[in-house]
Design a protein around this ligand. Structure first.
Ligand code: OGA
Ligand code: NI
Length: 361
């Protein structure tokens, strides 16, 4: 099959053109920002501090898991009004969060030659590099990323897993296991607020997939001319993000504004991805977000994408389709096909979701 690695039967999800390493570019010449990164005027971020703080809801996972009615209501509102929330009392030890950050920080402090041993190859969008680059003309993001397939285990590609620093592999392993547990707890609560049996969302995933994207955002001398990550929505069912405790960068689209998600130490940022938008028939939206660059401080973030198995056919669940209208806003599609279609274009807001939208007459 064309979309499988010929030797190992491990699926691939697309390809991306090779681009310069941003961290190295900045190291060589901190003041230089190449044309390929400078956005058209309309696409540039407004960095004035008017929206520096945020009202993104805070949700307590221990309360959710105890079935606390108030907290479940808050979760429902957060998913309707924001598509994003900060998760506290999630149960991952602070020490493990720190270990993941420290080990990754060591990775990005290796020489470029060392880091580049895990470079994205021409036949894949995993590894160390930049994804969603499909033309020489498109604007590029001011960041580098290490992208790995974590689950199922047999989808791993060992050649992309750094062996240096030696503790990184273990940190990723332990952190990802914990993230997976959190995702299961969240799916139970989300099932309940969607009016489903508590195991429904979990069962809909079949054997879930999990991808990790470790993002590194170097400093930029012209932060108002570039973006760390351009606006997009995630192709996941949910994304669990650990962000830097003291560098703000993530912004989400809310009521026509870009709102910064102010870091809360040890909290995780959760967002609804395209798949929950589809399953919920649009009740919960997969919200556009972006990352702005910073003049003085580099930033790291860790995005874990939870998705259904590639073979799962995704479509609105019956319980979320209005009996009176029986209107389904999304077409049925196999998840693997959806994911592969999304990597053939540059990420531009929600443009990649067009293939599953039912056109309203
Ligand atoms: C992503 C993403 C946000 C961040 O990797 O999809 O949106 O804060 N990252 O790095
Ligand atoms: Ni994202």
């Amino acid at each position: 099959m064309g979309d499988r690695d010929s030797d190992t039967n491990v699926p691939t999800w697309g390809t991306s053109l090779p681009v310069d390493n941003v961290q190295e570019m900045v190291k060589r010449n901190p003041s230089c920002v190449l044309e390929r990164y400078i956005l058209d005027h309309n696409d540039r971020p407004n960095l004035s501090p008017t929206h520096a703080s945020s009202d993104v809801p805070i949700i307590d996972l221990s309360l959710l898991s105890n079935g606390d009615e108030e907290e479940l209501k808050k979760l429902d509102r957060a998913c309707i009004d924001w598509g994003f929330f900060q998760l506290i009392n999630h149960g991952i030890a602070e020490e493990l969060l720190q270990r993941m950050k420290d080990a990754s920080s060591k990775f990005f402090n290796l020489t470029f030659e060392e880091r580049n041993k895990y470079a994205m190859t021409s036949d894949d969008i995993h590894g160390y590099g930049q994804a969603y680059v499909v033309s020489e003309e498109q604007k590029l993001d001011w960041s580098d990323a290490l992208i790995l397939s974590i689950y199922p285990l047999n989808f791993r590609k060992p050649k992309f897993w750094p062996t240096s620093p030696p503790e990184l592999k273990d940190a990723i392993e332990m952190y990802s296991q914990e993230v997976s547990k959190i995702s299961e707890r969240l799916f139970r609560s989300l099932s309940l607020v969607m009016g489903l049996g508590q195991n429904s969302l979990l069962e809909l995933h079949k054997e879930p997939m999990q991808f990790l994207r470790v993002n590194y955002y170097p400093t930029c001398s012209m932060p108002d001319h570039v973006l760390g990550v351009s606006p997009h929505s995630d192709t996941s069912s949910i994304t669990i993000l650990m962000q830097d405790d003291d560098v703000t960068g993530l912004q989400i689209h809310n009521n026509g504004d870009w709102v910064s998600v102010r870091p809360i130490p040890n909290a995780l940022v959760i967002n609804i991805g395209d798949v929950i938008e589809i399953w919920s028939n649009g009740k919960y939206k997969s919200i556009e977000h972006r990352v702005v660059a910073n003049k003085n401080k580099a930033r790291m973030s860790f995005a874990s994408f939870i998705t259904p198995n590639q073979d799962v056919e995704i479509e609105p669940v019956d319980e979320m389709v209005h009996v009176s209208t029986s209107l389904r806003l999304y077409k049925k599609i196999k998840y693997g096909e959806y994911l592969r279609a999304s990597t053939t274009k540059k990420m531009e807001g929600k443009a990649h979701t067009k293939i599953i939208k039912v056109e309203s007459e």
